[in-house]
Design a protein around this ligand. Structure first.
Ligand code: HMN
Length: 289
């Protein structure tokens, strides 16, 4: 399960329905062109928290059907409704997803026992392994080293997607739990995370910049830090402009510019105005030639 995973975008039509053709094209682009090792399905980038349970299942179906066994698949099933999370975990497992992942439960201030119960409840219901999805900036949930260790006591918790700025904690987790998988979550910090010996990365910008992500990761593994830093610089020049123009809509516009039917974002996320669309094209031309 090591390696680089795209946090998969989903294509929606203007009314917010899944655009199956577009989603299949995004899957193929990631497998055939970006050549990532796997896909992280229904994460933040997939606008998972804006869609219905039935749409989540439909996306799991389409992606598995398109990807087959070409790459590894991780299904993000985390939801505040624990019954839904369990149902999705079972669903994705039956479809053949290689692992599941679940965001830490958010919005209410759950204490750690509640968080632990959430993960164990999901895992008790399926014969599959789980990757914790930790993204404190969006969830407000900050777990410490000991709490990660508590969750890791369940053998089916095989790792963590670490989307956080706290690299002291990342280093501590790496050394305390060498057998658990750590995936770097912030694409703009991939080199720094790779130097700390993460096992892989999961990123939204890999939809359009996956090849550079691989270069950074592999150069760092070989100890070619100067070269890796150059590629991270080129990557961050791209990411800075994408963030400035609006993360998910800009990635979709770049994909469209490359001939992929990436569609619209789900409301309340807004789509780009004509100036934003123009800017997205310029970004693609400038950084992804
Ligand atoms: C997901 O769940 O879709 C991703 O794994 C999330 C991923 O960590 C991205 N984070 C967010 O979108 C919040 C990053 O790839 C991020 O988009 C990128 O580093 C730009 O900041």
């Amino acid at each position: 399960m090591k390696g680089l995973y795209t946090a998969l975008m989903c294509s929606f039509d203007e009314s917010g329905n899944i655009n199956e053709k577009g989603l299949r094209e995004i899957v193929r682009q990631n497998i055939d062109v970006q050549q990532v090792d796997g896909l992280y399905v229904n994460g933040s980038t997939g606008e998972n928290f804006l869609i219905s349970k039935e749409q989540k299942k439909q996306i799991f179906d389409i992606v598995k059907n398109e990807a087959g066994d070409d790459v590894k698949l991780i299904a993000q099933v985390g939801a505040l409704n624990l019954d839904e999370a369990v149902e999705l975990a079972k669903y994705a497992t039956e479809l053949g997803y290689n692992a599941i992942s679940a965001v830490t439960p958010f919005y209410y201030k759950f204490d750690f026992d509640e968080i632990k119960d959430y993960y164990n409840t999901i895992l008790d219901s399926v014969d599959n392994n789980l990757i914790i999805y930790s993204i404190p900036a969006l969830t407000g949930v900050n777990m410490n080293l000991e709490q990660f260790g508590e969750l890791f006591k369940n053998d089916k918790v095989i790792g963590v997607k670490f989307t956080a700025l706290d690299f002291f904690l990342l280093e501590r987790i790496r050394h305390a739990y060498p057998d658990k998988l750590i995936y770097s979550g912030f694409d703009e910090m991939l080199l720094s995370a790779s130097v700390l010996n993460v096992d892989g990365a999961i990123g939204s910008t890999f939809n359009v910049n996956g090849q550079r992500a691989r270069q950074i990761f592999e150069l760092a593994q070989k100890g070619q830090i100067d070269e890796a830093r150059d590629v991270q610089k080129a990557t961050n020049d791209l990411i800075a402009e994408i963030l400035d123009n609006g993360l998910y809509p800009t990635i979709k516009e770049i994909l469209k510019h490359q001939g992929i039917d990436a569609g619209y974002c789900r409301k309340p996320m807004k789509s780009l105005n004509s100036e934003g669309v123009k800017k997205a094209k310029e970004i693609a031309e400038k950084h992804l030639k």
